[in-house]
Structures are given as C-alpha cells and as structure tokens.
Design a protein around this ligand. Structure first.
Ligand code: S3P
Length: 428
C-alpha cells in the first residue's frame, strides 16, 4: 500500500479527457469472445486490474488472448473446447469476474476452483450460487457456497424462471450465461432494471434475447458468433470528473466517448436534478449509446436519490455523496443497501471518510443523509482497498482547505489506472 498526499490548493479544472473503457463491457467482451468460436476483436478495452483478472482466468481455461494496448484479440475454439485448468482461477478484486464465471462454468463439463482477494472473500456469492443450483449447478464453497474459494463441477443445466430478489446485473448475467448452456428457456424477472450490457452483447454476438417489461427470456443452446466489440468510456470513471468539474471553481471539463446506456446513466439525471451545468451531446448508438459530456461549475441544489434510479448509479454513490456536501440543502440517498456488499461497505466507508473532512453526513440503514454546503478541510483518509473510495478522496482533495492523504493509491488501478494522470491533465 502506497500512501499519497494530495495538496491541490483548490485549482480550476479545464480540459478534455477520454476516460478508459467501460469495466462491465470489457469483462463481457472477453467472456463472450471466449464462448464464441473464432476471433473476437476488442477495442477500447479497460486495462484495469479487474479486467486483467478476467483475461487471466480465460487464459487458464486454454483460450488464446492477445493484448496490444487497449486492443485485445480473443481466439477461441468455443466454450466446448475450454480446458480444465490445473490451477485455481484467481479473480482478484473482481465481483463481476467471480459471479459471471460461476454462471458460465456451471454449464461446462469442467471442474474449476475460483478464489479472489480478501474483499472478494467477504462478498456474498449465494445470491448467484442458489439460483444456479436451482438450474442444477454443483457449487461448493465456504458457508454452503456463500464465500470463496468456490469449487464448481460443471454439469448439464435446466432452464428456470427466476424473479430477482435484488437488482443486480451480476446475478442476472450469471443466470443468463448459465441459461446459454441450459435446456429450455431461461426467464429472469427484474423489479428494478439493472444494467443490460449482457443482453445487448448477447445480441451483438448473434443470439436472440427478448426483453419485455423487465422480463428477460433467453433460449438455451444458442451459438455465439465472434465479432468486434468497441468498448465505450466508462461512465462510472467519468463520474469522478463530472463531479470534480461541477464543484471545483471556474471549471470546464469535456469527457469524450462516454457510455450513456440508460441503465447506467443515472448520474446524468441526478446532476441535472441538482442544477449542474451539464451538456450531453449524443455521439450515436452502436451496441451501446455514447455521448460527449461537458460539465461546468455551478450552484447545486440538494436532491433525493432513491428507488429505480439507484441501480442506474449504484457505483456512483460515493462520488455523489461528495457532490451533495457542496449542494444547498439536505440530500437523501435511500434504497441503496446494496452498497454494503460492494468492494467494501460503502455506506460506512463514505460516511466515515467524508466526516473526517468536516462533511455533515449521517449513515442510514439503506443510504445516507448529507446536509450542505460545507467547506471541507484536509485529513487522512482510508480507502479500504476500494478504488471508488480512493477516487472520491482524490476528488475531495481538489476542493479542500489543506491536503488529503490516502493510505492506498494503488487500489485505484482496479478500474482507472490512469486516474492521477487525468487529474494532472485538467489542473489549471
Ligand atoms: C456490475 C454490476 C454491479 C456493479 C459492478 C459491475 C456488472 O454490481 O456494482 O461494479 O458488471 O454487472 P451488482 O450486480 O452487484 O449490482
């Protein structure tokens, strides 16, 4: 763990950035490329540690993957040709890798063992293991499959009709990927719609997926056809610069080629609700819609963030909490208990760390309440090894009176390895 002291002295921020590729889409591009027979090419791939963990797992399954900068080539003989790995599959800090691979591996004829870092070892896996078991999957792990290491004995699966108890794209995607190998039609019912990158990419690889009113239906046994995947910039990474540009004095930041899929873009709604000076210029829609986002400093009003909006911005709550410290009035974030099972408990982490900077913020059972505006001061913050807490602290440092120190700057490489270069590029 490397400490980092950030003493930015309240700069203006100006410039144009292209944020790195979307983490969710990058993971899926490797997985889908590995399922399909033939050569899949990927551009704009995120070279973050989480996505590199996914590549590493598929290499251990015998898939040929070549990385050349942000271009990746996946040469696969198809899912039936995956080899039984002699080693444990190591998923690092990545919940998406762990959970989606549980779904995928359950329907192969392979025995695999998967484990990750200390954070992964504390994250609930029965939310995936239990529905997969209903499809016939054989999954063993600590506390009856709740925690890694997990052992999976692949087997023939049967389709099922599943109503999601929580809004989670990882759970939905694991079931759909298992459904690819199952007999019959797999149905997943969502009360609140979670990100739909899996459904979109299944179509991009030639599969047929129906989605009507939050009900996803997917016939098993479909073949995927290798293709090209162009990964847009990650709105969850852009979020840090959207907030920085909104709260730093006299700032203007342009973010190009940002993915604005409506199941992910809740932060745009919230910024608009709060009165931010944000321009959204659509760049069109391929497999995923993209836009150029321009943010300028403005006066902000408090808001309430709740209900169906939460899954569309779940990873942005830490940075939105910082934003709320600069808005007039009381911001309420509720219906967000899922934050407790992210890379760390993000309700506790955000509240405890922002308090150290003088924020008026309290935790609730399912979110937090923030009263603003508050002039923040410096302090020594913990990241809890969580990339998004580390970046929240760094953006806070841009507006504090005095320096902010974080205990672990390296964790940010999980999703945004060039983050500090991008901060330096917009400092004026
Ligand atoms: C992701 C889904 C979300 C999100 C995570 C990535 C995905 O998790 O928080 O960063 O790629 O499907 P949940 O499915 O647990 O909500």
């Amino acid at each position: 763990m490397t400490k980092k002291v950030m003493d930015y002295k309240q700069p203006s921020l100006k410039g144009t950035l292209t944020v790195p590729g979307d983490k969710s889409i990058s993971h899926r591009s490797i997985m889908f490329g590995a399922i399909a027979e033939g050569t899949t090419t990927v551009s704009g791939f995120l070279l973050g540690e989480d996505c590199l963990s996914t590549i590493d797992c598929f290499k251990k399954l015998g898939v040929d993957i070549q990385v050349d900068g942000t271009n990746v080539t996946v040469n696969s003989k198809g899912i039936d040709a995956w080899e039984e790995p002699k080693e444990v599959l190591y998923t690092g800090n990545s919940g998406t890798t762990t959970r989606l691979m549980m779904g995928l591996l359950s329907g192969t004829n392979l025995h695999t063992v998967m484990t990750g870092d200390a954070s992964i070892g504390k994250r609930p896996m029965r939310r995936v293991a239990d529905p997969l078991r209903q499809m016939g999957a054989k999954i063993a792990g600590r506390e009856n499959g709740q925690y890694t290491p997990l052992a999976i004995q692949g087997t023939q699966l049967e389709a099922m009709d599943y109503t999601m108890p929580v809004a989670s794209a990882q759970v939905k995607s694991a079931i759909l990927l298992a459904g690819l190998r199952a007999n019959g039609t797999t149905i997943v019912r969502e009360k609140e719609v979670s990100r739909d990158h899996t459904e979109r990419m299944l179509r991009q690889f030639g599969a047929k997926v129906d989605v009507v009113d939050g009900v996803v239906s997917f016939e098993g046994g479909q073949k995927l056809t290798a293709t090209h995947v162009n990964v847009p910039g990650d709105i969850s990474s852009a979020a840090f610069f959207l907030v920085a540009g909104a709260i730093a004095p006299k700032s203007e930041i342009v973010l190009e080629n940002v993915g604005v899929n409506e199941t992910r873009a809740g932060i745009i709604d919230v910024l608009q609700q709060m009165g931010a000076n944000l321009e959204v210029k659509s760049d069109g829609e391929a497999a995923e819609p993209t836009a150029t986002l321009t943010i300028r400093t403005s006066q902000l009003q408090a808001t309430t963030i709740e209900g169906a909006l939460i899954p569309t911005l779940i990873d942005e709550v830490p940075i939105l909490a910082l934003l709320a410290t600069q808005a007039n009035g009381k911001t309420i974030i509720r219906d967000a208990e899922e934050l407790k099972v992210k890379e760390t408990d993000r309700i506790t982490a955000v509240v405890d760390e922002l308090k150290k900077l003088g924020a008026n913020i309290e935790a609730t059972d399912d979110g937090m309440i923030i009263e603003g505006p508050t002039r923040l001061h410096g302090g020594k913050l913990r990241t809890y090894g969580d990339h998004r807490i580390g970046m929240m602290a760094a953006v806070a440092a841009l507006i504090t009176d005095g320096a902010v120190e974080i205990d672990d700057a390296e964790c940010i490489a999980v999703s945004y390895p060039t983050f500090f270069e991008h901060v330096d590029a917009v400092l004026k």
